[in-house]
Design a protein. Structure first.
Length: 224
């Protein structure tokens, strides 16, 4: 799967994809992540990518031309399944959307800044608008990193133990059960006996009960 992220702050996206699972996915050739500097597509001598809003008001609006130029260039090189705009007024990201996107081949992600982007970019190019939650960040870069992370780990072959993505909280309808590792006794705080019992069906049962309890308490809305 190929991601092309368009941003005015490419430096913000240098590190998030250079570690751990995302780095491994790229090394294996399962995911390609390309970051494009919007300013490279600005067709004016100051390389400006924004302007004052028509009708007045505070803040700058990101202009149509640089986004249009970058998207058109990319579309000349690849076919894209989705052009996603990260925005707090989009549909809220969840595991279902991540699963859906993990089946796509190529996506472009637009990161907004300032007061927003010219509506014509949204009308003419964007196929999907996604928010990562009901709060406002300074720009779409961190949301884009969140989206790429949650999608890439779902692509088959990315996680060494594929079942571990399947048992994630939110992948089913229950949250995860608590987990423990050594030591079995830390300052008198003991790991539940059942996990040391070696009896797998007892352990599976305990995990299910714990997951159910946790979900009832924390996220009853997930239990249909
Ligand atoms: N840009 C700013 N805030 C955002 C949010 N919550 N989700 C997606 N993009 C954003």
């Amino acid at each position: 799967m190929r991601f092309d992220i368009i941003t005015v702050l490419p430096g913000l996206l240098e590190s998030p994809f250079a570690h751990s699972i995302l780095q491994r996915a790229q090394k294996k050739g399962i995911a390609e992540i390309h970051v494009h500097n919007l300013r490279d597509y600005a067709n004016n001598k100051h390389k400006s990518v924004d302007d004052y809003p028509y009708g007045g008001g505070s803040g700058m609006v990101m202009s149509v031309e640089p986004f249009a130029a970058c998207i058109t260039t990319l579309k000349g090189q690849n076919e894209y399944d989705e052009i996603i705009f990260m925005t707090p007024d989009g549909e809220t990201l969840n595991q279902g959307i991540a699963n859906e996107l993990s089946l796509k081949n190529n996506v472009i992600i637009l990161c907004g800044h300032y007061k927003g982007i010219d509506q014509r970019i949204r009308d003419l190019f964007v196929t999907r608008e996604i928010s990562i939650g009901d709060y406002v960040l300074s720009g779409g870069e961190l949301p884009a990193a969140v989206l790429v992370d949650t999608v890439v780990r779902l692509i088959p072959g990315v996680l060494s133990d594929e079942t571990s993505a399947l048992s994630d909280s939110f992948q089913g309808e229950l949250l995860d059960a608590p987990v423990y590792t050594r030591p079995a006794d830390w300052n008198g705080q003991k790991v539940p006996d059942v996990l040391l019992s070696g009896n797998q069906s007892l352990i599976d049962n305990w995990r299910y009960e714990q997951a159910l309890e946790r979900t009832k308490k924390r996220r009853p809305d997930l239990l249909k």
